[in-house]
Design a protein around this ligand. Sequence first.
Ligand code: NAI
Ligand code: MG
Length: 337
Amino acid sequence: MTREATLIAGDGIGPEITTATLHVLDALGVAFDWDEQYGGMSAVDRAGTPLPDATLDSIRRTGLALKGPLTTPVGDGYRSVNVALRQEFELYANVRPVKSIVPGGRYTNVDLVVIRENTEGMYVGFDRTFKVGNDPKALAQAMSVMTRDGCRRIVRYAFEYARRNDRRKVTVVHKANILKATSGLFLETAKLIAKEYEGQIASDEKIVDNAAMQLVINPAQFDVIVTTNLFGDILSDEASGLVGGLGLAPGANIGEHAAIFEAVHGSAPDIAGQGIANPSAQLLAAAMMLDHIGEVAPAVRLRRALETAIVKDNVRTKDLGGSAATTEFARAVARRL
Ligand code: NAI
Ligand code: MG
C-alpha cells in the first residue's frame, strides 16, 4: 500500500526520533508517500511562522500526519502550535494508550487507554486577568465550556474504541459533585450513552481525585478512561509515569477529517542533538497510525518487535536505564522485524 501522509519532523529530538521511525517503517515494509512539512521553531526559522499554510494545506489534503514534538516559541504572539492544530482540524479525541513493557517496574500489568476530550473544557482559551485599583492582576478568571454535542461525541468515541479494540470497560472520570454544570453535563451525557452499550461494554464512573489515587494504588482495574480536557491531560501523564515515563507514551489526535499521531512528550531540549532520545513513543505513535488506516497486522508486528527489542534483547535507551543510542535502538527493532 502507498498512502500519502504528512510528515513533520519537529524540533529538538524530533528529527532524531523521526529518522529512527522512518528506518523502522522501512524495515516493516509499509510505504507511506510522505509529504514533508515544517512546524514549530524549525518553521519559524524557514517561513517566519510556527504553523505555515503549506503545513495546514498538506494535512487538509492527506488527512493523516505523523508529527514530531514542536517547541512553542516563548513570547507573545505565538500560541501553542499543538493546540492550534487540534482546533484547526477539530481533533476532538486525544487517545493515549499506556501499557507496561519494561519488566521490573513497580507495575507490570498496566494496559489502559486514556481518551481525553481535546477541544472543549478548560482549554478553550478564556483565561484572563483583571485590574482592580493599581493591581493589574488582582483577579484571574478562567472559563470552561462544554457542549452536549462535544460530550456526546467523545463518550461515543470511547465506547466505539472499546468495542473495536476488545476492551471490556469504560470508566467515566468527572468532577460532577462540584462542577455541577460542566462536569455534570459530561456525566449525564456519558450515562445515557453507556446505557446503549449495556451488555456489551461495562462502564463505571469515578470522581477525578479518587481516580488519580486509584491509578497509583491499582492501575490494573482501569481499561478505557474517558474524561474532559484538563483531567485527561493530567491523568494521561500520570498514567504514562506508571509504565516507564514519556519515552514510551504515544498519542493520537483524531477528528472526523484528519488525524495526527505523535509522542506525548515534547522536544526535550535538554537531550536534543545527543542521539540518546528514546524513539519508542514515536514508533508506537506510528503503530497507532497504521491501526487508524486499517493496517492492523503491521501495527501488531511493530509493537511486538519493539517490545522484544526492549525486553528480550535488552536494548534500552538511557531513560529506560540502558545505554543504547537512538539509532542503535531503531536498528534493534528493525532486526526483530
Ligand atoms: P519534554 O517532554 O520535552 O521533556 C520532559 C523530560 O522528559 C525531559 O527531561 C526530557 O529529556 C525527557 N524526555 C522527553 N522525551 C524523551 C524521549 N523520547 N527520550 C528520552 N527522554 C525524553 O517536556 P518539556 O521540557 O516541558 O517541553 C519542551 C518543549 O516541548 C516545550 O517547548 C514544549 O512546549 C514542547 N512540547 C511539545 C509537545 C508536542 O509537540 N506535542 C508536547 C509537550 C511539550
Ligand atoms: Mg500534557
